[in-house]
Write a protein of this length. Structure first.
Length: 193
């Protein structure tokens, strides 16, 4: 993989891994699919391999991504779902013609049509978003506690108390920030009280 592009943050949930291709939305945002080829790469590692992707298809992907982000964020805070975002998600889901295929090993794979691979892949992602926003799966949508991130993620922990979208990035940064804040605080707090 070309190293000039930011790495992917891959989670176990397709729809929120996809929204995670743009991170730090409330800080210095990081676009992890800056080129059509990077979307091809992301789809490949996400079980939705496509041959190629145009600039227009990348734009479609980003439109879906931001719509999922908006709807998932609303769902995470029990707010009303934004109608335009719902419309976009539904349109992509309806347009996709991917078929679920059972492999001899008992695993599910997606079969995409040669003529509409990117659109079919986006349809699978839209349907995945619908299933988590509709509460069909075991887990709960939540927002990352990092103020510069606020990514919507799907919390499948038993206690439903996960705080960060990603332990290795947001979680770690938050822990370090708290550590440094405590270090700064300690000389002062030693003198007072
Ligand atoms: Zn985060």
């Amino acid at each position: 993989m070309p190293s000039e592009f930011p790495d992917f943050r891959l989670g176990t949930v397709l729809a929120t891994s996809f929204t995670g291709t743009l991170s730090e939305r409330h800080g210095d945002s990081v676009e992890r699919i800056p080129t059509p080829q990077r979307l091809v790469d992301w789809l490949a590692v996400s079980g939705l391999a496509v041959d190629s992707c145009t600039a227009a298809q990348l734009e479609l992907a980003r439109e879906l991504r931001e719509s999922i982000h908006a709807a998932a964020t609303a769902a995470a805070i029990d707010g009303a779902l934004p109608a335009p975002a719902v419309q976009v998600i539904n349109d992509f889901s309806a347009q996709g013609r991917a078929a679920a295929i059972l492999t001899p090993e008992g695993e599910r794979q997606w079969r995409l049509n040669p003529a509409s691979r990117v659109e079919d892949a986006l349809g699978v992602i839209a349907a995945d978003a619908i299933s988590i926003i509709a509460g069909e799966r075991d887990g709960k949508l939540a927002l990352c506690a990092s103020p510069t991130c606020r990514a919507a993620f799907f919390d499948t922990s038993q206690s439903r108390t996960r705080k960060w979208c990603d332990m290795n990035t947001c979680g770690n940064r938050q822990k370090k920030a708290r550590f440094h804040a405590n270090q700064r605080k300690s000389p002062r707090s030693a003198g007072s009280n």
